[in-house]
Design a protein around this ligand. Structure first.
Ligand SMILES: Cc1cc2nc3c(=O)[nH]c(=O)nc-3n(C[C@H](O)[C@H](O)[C@H](O)COP(=O)(O)O)c2cc1C
Length: 214
């Protein structure tokens, strides 16, 4: 599996860095000009540190990079974090940097593209741009960590989200899933509920039951 990770100048460079640590197979990286700045600001890391985590760090200004050509295959391109400006360029088909060119290549070659948009609040423009790339086949995965695995640290919070990005990029599913150990249990959903969720009405019927579909 060959994955190219683009780290842009949106907040949350740590997500892109952690993705490089966790991705299987060959990984290549592109840091945008503002990606370098925000990386230094938020993590203290420099491009050389990113280079040490991957098999090749390519310059975002280098449109003569072999990565610029659709003839050189990859399995997935992941922009994480992706700025609103970056997504706007991809949505319009602008390819004036290696990162935007790579996203364009992924779309035109019908290869996997994951866009980890990071901006808040979002303008209608950004929402429409995200919808546009999504319709074109990209997986839009806003940097939006979750809490159901009960992270006890920022590292854990970041890692849990990044595991889902690895999965979206075509890697293995996360090592842990919500109540995954119960998947193979021979039990009805009601039986599998934690006791604190079990609330019954007078007829003994489950009330306020998150599993009830009627
Ligand atoms: C500290 C810092 C944090 C930023 N965070 C965001 C952000 O979360 N989302 C965003 O869209 N832009 C953010 N920006 C602005 C982008 O860096 C700017 O739009 C830049 O042009 C993005 O270029 P790039 O996509 O080529 O990296 C931030 C800038 C700085 C300096």
């Amino acid at each position: 599996m060959r994955t190219v990770v683009i780290i842009t100048g949106a907040s949350g460079s740590i997500f892109g860095v952690e993705l490089l640590r966790r991705l299987p197979g060959e990984k290549l990286a592109v840091l945008t000009k503002w990606g370098k700045m925000v990386l230094k600001e938020e993590t203290g890391l420099r491009p050389a540190d990113v280079a040490a985590l991957c098999d090749g760090l390519h310059s975002d200004e280098d449109l003569a990079s072999p990565l610029s050509s659709g003839s050189n295959p990859f399995d997935a391109v992941v922009a994480l974090p992706a700025s609103a400006g970056f997504v706007a360029k991809v949505a319009c088909g602008l390819t004036d940097t290696l990162g935007t060119r790579l996203c364009h290549n992924a779309l035109k070659e019908r290869r996997r593209l994951v866009i980890g948009l990071r901006e808040s609040p979002l303008t209608s423009i950004a929402l429409e741009n995200a919808a546009r790339v999504s319709r074109e086949g990209a997986i839009v995965m806003p940097v939006s960590p979750f809490f159901y695995l009960k992270p006890d640290s920022i590292d854990r919070l970041v890692g849990d989200f990044v595991d889902r990005v690895v999965q979206a990029a075509g890697g293995d599913p996360p090592p842990e899933g919500w109540r995954r150990s119960e998947l193979a249990r021979d039990a009805s959903p009601g039986d599998a509920k934690p006791d604190e969720w079990k609330t019954s009405d007078a007829a003994g019927r489950a009330a306020s039951d998150p599993w009830t579909t009627e």
